[in-house]
Design a protein around this ligand. Structure first.
Ligand code: GDP
Length: 192
């Protein structure tokens, strides 16, 4: 039995949000499946890639049927730009999101002020990024539920009103992190 080839696609994803909300930790969980309590802050921007495989069942009708000799799945490669949230890097961030196909805007569910920052970034994206960019609002630190300052309902309804995807995750426990990236991948308009 010959090994079937798998179709591939890649896209650029940028992470935005206030510093210390856990952007780098989410990427580290996704890419290395690890968490580091004392990691150093990202300066400027960091670039990482990670691929996931979507199966034919995941994809349903969203992709044309595979040609002869090809697997019915799709390998999706994320090119992830993790930007520093500090004010002084704001203009740098715009360089990254200008030609990104997806943006993940992160806030910390235990810091309501970080949701206000996220709202700022969403406005920026809607003004400056491609009009077809897929924006996902992510509430991180779900493991600290007892300390939450933002209710899931209020954040989710805000995201719904703007037509954004919404996820709550924990980079620390890993809860929902794979699912977040899988659902983003499934929403990308791949042509195959
Ligand atoms: P960034 O500046 O947005 O990239 O944030 P970091 O990834 O550097 O994380 C900032 C701090 O929050 C670090 O001390 C992390 O260990 C911590 N942190 C990140 N994600 C989580 C999480 O899901 N739960 C908890 N409890 N702490 C987290």
């Amino acid at each position: 039995q010959t090994q079937k080839q798998v179709r591939q696609a890649q896209f650029k994803l940028v992470l935005l949000g206030e510093s210390a909300v856990g952007k780098s930790s989410i990427v580290q969980r996704f890419v290395k499946n690890s968490f580091d309590e004392f990691r150093e802050s990202t300066i400027g921007a960091a670039f990482l890639t990670q691929s996931i495989k979507l199966t034919g069942d995941d994809l349903g009708e969203s992709l044309a049927p595979a040609e002869e000799g090809f697997d019915d799945g799709l390998i999706v490669k994320f090119e992830i730009w993790d930007t520093a949230g500090q004010e002084r890097y704001r203009s740098l961030a715009s360089m990254y999101y200008r030609n990104a196909q997806a943006a993940v805007v992160v806030y910390d569910i235990t810091q309501s002020e970080s949701l206000e920052k996220a709202k700022y970034w969403i406005k920026e994206l809607q003004k400056q990024a491609s009009s077809s960019i897929l924006i996902t609002l992510v509430g991180n630190k779900l493991d600290l539920k007892e300390e939450r300052q933002v209710s899931e309902e209020s954040a989710r309804s805000f995201a719904n009103e703007l037509g954004l995807l919404y996820f709550e995750v924990s980079a620390k426990s890993g809860e929902n992190v794979q699912e977040l990236f899988k659902q983003i991948a499934l929403k990308m308009p791949f042509k195959a």
